[in-house]
Design a protein around this ligand. Structure first.
Ligand code: HEM
Length: 404
């Protein structure tokens, strides 16, 4: 850390979990800057957006001078690859997430969400994270891939461990225990999918795993280890992030009863509400790139192999881009784009699916749950910096109405 710049490690302080945005504002204002040799921080919207679109900024994080020593060979998924491998692998699955395919999922997602709200009504209590935000996207991505939902406890456990290790390379941030547990979870995931792939090879079904197996068998476009890495990426990215979008959304509505009332009065505002939650409390707070070759970000010199941490959550509240950036306003006119789904070639493949799931849930929450409020001590946060969201969110209510 340099003396004249705010210490980014302060983000780790549990006290800033509930509201990291004042700290993020100070990082953004000072950025771009070097935290230490080889580690740069970028928080302004224009800089983050430019870095994400810059082909000289690599997603191959193990190129970094700061990268931890490799623990033997392992296949990287395409989130961690540059062209041409990134382009080749992404193209093989992109068709499963086109707007038309995603729109066809709406009735099924509604049916699943209805079921979860009905169960909460019957129970008379609602813990949003484990009873809504987690099971819905996990079930949807399981059905798309063809992964048995009965295995959800295993999948949740492994995914959680992978996410814990998904933190920026800040000193002391990732406990060595988390890294080794993530490595073990990765092996367990791979073993699990190897077995599932063998089953689908014997008897294909109409699901994404069978599709990948067919692509693998039909030529040299996909190796077995790439199929495995893609399956793990899709199951993981397909729910670990959406859980936070749904929970952050419900929480923002509870904290802003005027906005909840607006949404209740006009369900057509749900899509705008989802965009505003993404901007206001980004489920993925940061990502990183590694510089290929020397260059500059603004006037800051960048050296080959430098890690550039991009504070997406800070960029989304940049006053240069958003009016009243700290105000939660679901009627914000479309225009300036948040960076919560990234930008450039790695723009989130599942953005349409995540938006649809969250729109359905927020609309149902606002229109069906009467007199909702946050229970006393009902909110606890996950400790992660990269994936930001509650661990527990207990909501009290008078009633949950059945669909009219
Ligand atoms: C609220 C929910 C979600 C958020 C906030 C989110 C965010 C992101 C971000 C920030 C990236 C890019 C990271 C980077 O540029 O380094 C990304 C990539 C990706 N996301 Fe999402 N995501 C969400 C939901 C989903 C869903 C539902 C899927 C379902 C399949 C998905 C699949 C992917 C994949 C495959 C990539 C890699 C794309 C690439 O490297 O080309 N995501 N996501």
């Amino acid at each position: 850390m340099t003396a004249d710049h705010p210490d980014i490690a302060r983000l780790v302080d549990p006290a800033s979990r509930f509201d990291p945005y004042p700290l993020l504002a100070s990082f953004r204002a000072a950025s771009p800057y070097a935290v230490s040799d080889g580690l740069l921080v970028v928080g302004r919207h224009a800089d983050c957006s430019a870095v994400l679109r810059d082909p000289r900024m690599s997603s191959e994080r193990d190129r970094a001078r700061l990268a931890p020593a490799s623990k033997g060979p392992r296949t990287r998924n395409f989130l961690h690859l540059d062209p041409p491998d990134h382009t080749r692998l992404r193209r093989l699955v992109v068709k499963a997430f086109t707007p038309r395919v995603v729109a066809r999922l709406e009735p099924r997602i509604r049916e699943l969400a209805e079921g979860l709200f009905r169960e909460a009504a019957r129970r008379g209590r609602f813990e949003i994270v484990s009873e809504l935000a987690y099971p819905l996207p996990l079930r949807v991505i399981c059905e798309l891939l063809g992964v048995p939902f009965e295995d959800r406890d295993l999948l949740e456990d492994w995914s959680g461990k992978l996410s814990e290790a998904l933190e920026p390379p800040l000193p002391g941030l990732v406990a060595p225990r988390a890294t080794s547990e993530a490595a073990r979870a990765r092996v367990q995931f791979i073993t699990y999918f190897r077995e599932l792939i063998a089953q689908r090879r014997r008897s294909p079904r109409d699901d994404l795993v069978s599709h990948l197996v067919q692509v693998e068998e039909s030529g040299d476009r996909l190796s077995e280890s790439e199929t495995l890495a893609t399956c793990v990426l899709l199951i993981n990215a397909g729910h670990e992030t959406t859980v936070n979008l749904v929970s952050n959304g419900v929480l923002a509505l509870l904290h802003h009863p005027d906005q909840l009332k607006l949404l209740r009065g006009d369900p057509s505002l749900a899509a705008g509400a989802v965009e505003e939650v993404l901007r206001y409390d980004a489920p993925v707070q940061l990502t990183s790139r590694v510089a290929r070759g020397d260059g500059h970000i603004g006037s800051l010199p960048v050296l080959d192999g430098d890690t550039v941490v991009l504070l997406l959550g800070a960029a989304n509240r940049d006053p240069e881009v958003f009016d009243a950036p700290d105000t939660f306003d679901i009627t914000r006119p479309p225009g300036a784009r948040h960076l919560s789904f990234s930008a450039g070639p790695h723009f989130c493949l599942g953005a349409g699916l995540a938006r649809l799931e969250a729109r359905i849930v927020l609309e149902m929450f606002a229109s069906r749950v009467t007199a909702p409020s946050l229970a006393e001590n009902g909110l606890a946060y996950r400790p992660n910096l990269t994936l930001r969201g509650p661990d527990r969110l207990n909501v009290l209510f008078d009633d949950i109405q059945a669909p009219s």
